[in-house]
Design a protein. Structure first.
Length: 128
């Protein structure tokens, strides 16, 4: 298999985004056969989310919409601030917005804002 790891990962991400599960599975099998890491792909709850956010990213987004800082989010979710920084960056990137304020607006437009973060996916989580 040719191409660097980033190119391959981006190709898999595109296939996963397109819901091309069969093609993604074949690509992962080819990667594994070549001894390369292939990952499992996104969970069903992530695929069901309109922005492709993971469960944890939904948790973080909900707290962003409540106006919490990264330190407050870290405390609430029992994570390091650095981990929250990474989640916030991923949320902003997936929503295609440059700021937390715009992320909150995008969340409302997508119906995944405060109090509704689980509406986009089949799983339900008890609030802390």
């Amino acid at each position: 298999m040719s191409g660097d790891a980033r190119t391959v990962a981006e190709g898999l991400r595109i296939l996963d985004t397109m819901d091309a599960a069969g093609a993604a599975a074949r690509m992962r099998a080819t990667l594994r056969a070549a001894g390369m890491p292939a990952g499992r792909g996104p969970r069903a709850t992530t695929r069901a989310n309109p922005a492709g956010l993971t469960e944890r990213q939904l948790d973080v987004l909900e707290l962003i919409t409540e106006g919490l800082t990264n330190a407050q989010i870290a405390e609430r979710l029992v994570l390091s601030v650095r981990t929250v920084d990474h989640h916030v960056a991923a949320v902003l990137e997936k929503l295609g917005v440059p700021s937390r304020h715009e992320a909150a607006g995008a969340a409302r437009r997508l119906g995944i804002g405060a109090g509704d973060a689980r509406a986009a996916g089949p799983a339900s989580v008890t609030r802390r």
